[in-house]
Design a protein around this ligand. Structure first.
Ligand SMILES: [Zn+2]
Length: 316
């Protein structure tokens, strides 16, 4: 992220206000300043209180298709959240909506925001990305999170424990765990998907002899975050080994630990991984994704029976 260019009015207004030349850092600083002002010193962060400092008058749980909405109401705001989402997901969404109110360009011209999803960390959509950055800091303030993560180590147990402590989803906690930079590591979320370049072929008739070209779904990276010092880059849409432990995790559910071979920059790399299946209801019914933690060479992530049980008993 360092050195990237920011183009949106939202990013520029944040950089202008803080005097920083990175909008991501600027947003982090705004969120941190808000928490300091309130005097948050332990988890879980009460987002209703945080919101009230930003003139959020009410947070409503409703049966809506969006993940969340931010609605200006006079000088105040109302946040609406998808009642069908898990508590962790809802909290992240509330943090995301509060994030919008931290952006100077939004505050001068408030408008209704309808967020179909939150937590996608889509860097192409700067304002939405920055609100995800704010959500992460508001829900899991780095100072508090790092202090609790350091003694627990990098494991799925830690993910479950930190998610519980901070009232966050396992995915959000895992991403934060890697962002602490305490270990050279990465988190990747995998889903069963086509490559985007294959999507357009699907609607077309198959010619005789061309059956081999019909795209197949594979377990692919939806999203990945790397710590500094990890040394590898798990890019979006990267495919997992068809007979590896990530594929087994996807097929069988539960938790796996082992060595996964990935083709990175046309080179086969072996990495230690622990992974757990995450089941939830999406728009088209039940969805399974695989949440994986990678450690670079020399460090072996731990997996034990307790971890297996813990993971299996979480709903988020
Ligand atoms: Zn948004």
């Amino acid at each position: 992220m360092r050195g990237r260019q920011w183009y949106s009015a939202a990013a520029r207004s944040l950089m202008h206000t803080t005097g920083l030349n990175d909008a991501r850092e600027a947003m982090g600083q705004q969120a941190e300043a808000l928490l300091d002002e309130i005097g948050i010193d332990r988890p879980p962060v009460d987002l209703r209180i945080v919101g009230s400092f930003q003139r959020v008058r009410d947070i409503q749980m409703l049966a809506i298709s969006d993940a969340g909405r931010l609605i200006p109401d006079g000088n105040d705001f109302i946040i609406q959240v998808n009642a069908g989402h898990s508590r962790g997901k809802q909290n992240f969404t509330v943090g995301h909506e509060i994030g919008h109110t931290l952006i100077p360009s939004y505050r001068t011209r408030p408008r209704i925001v309808e967020d179909i999803t939150t937590g996608a960390y889509d860097q192409g959509r700067e304002e939405e990305y920055l609100c995800d950055v704010a959500a992460s800091e508001l829900l899991m303030p780095m100072r508090l999170f790092r202090a609790r993560a350091a003694p627990t180590g990098l494991s799925l147990d830690s993910v479950v424990e930190l998610a519980r402590l901070f009232h966050a989803s396992r995915e959000a906690a895992a991403i934060r765990l890697v962002q602490t930079n305490l270990w050279p590591s990465a988190v990747a979320i995998w889903r069963w998907a086509y490559k985007p370049t294959q999507q357009h072929i699907l609607g077309q008739p198959t010619l005789p002899g061309m059956e081999w070209a019909v795209p197949q779904k594979e377990l692919r990276v939806r999203y990945a975050v790397h710590s500094s010092g990890f040394g590898y880059y798990l890019h979006r849409h990267l495919a997992a080994q068809t007979d590896g432990c990530l594929s087994r995790c996807f097929t069988e559910g539960g938790v796996v630990a082992g060595v996964e071979q990935l083709e990175l920059r046309k080179r086969l790399v072996s990495l230690h991984v622990v992974a757990g299946a995450v089941d939830f209801y999406g728009e088209d019914g039940p969805v399974r994704e695989v949440l994986s933690l990678f450690l670079s060479e020399g460090l072996v992530p731990s997996a034990n029976q307790r971890g297996f049980d813990l993971w299996a008993n979480v709903e988020d």
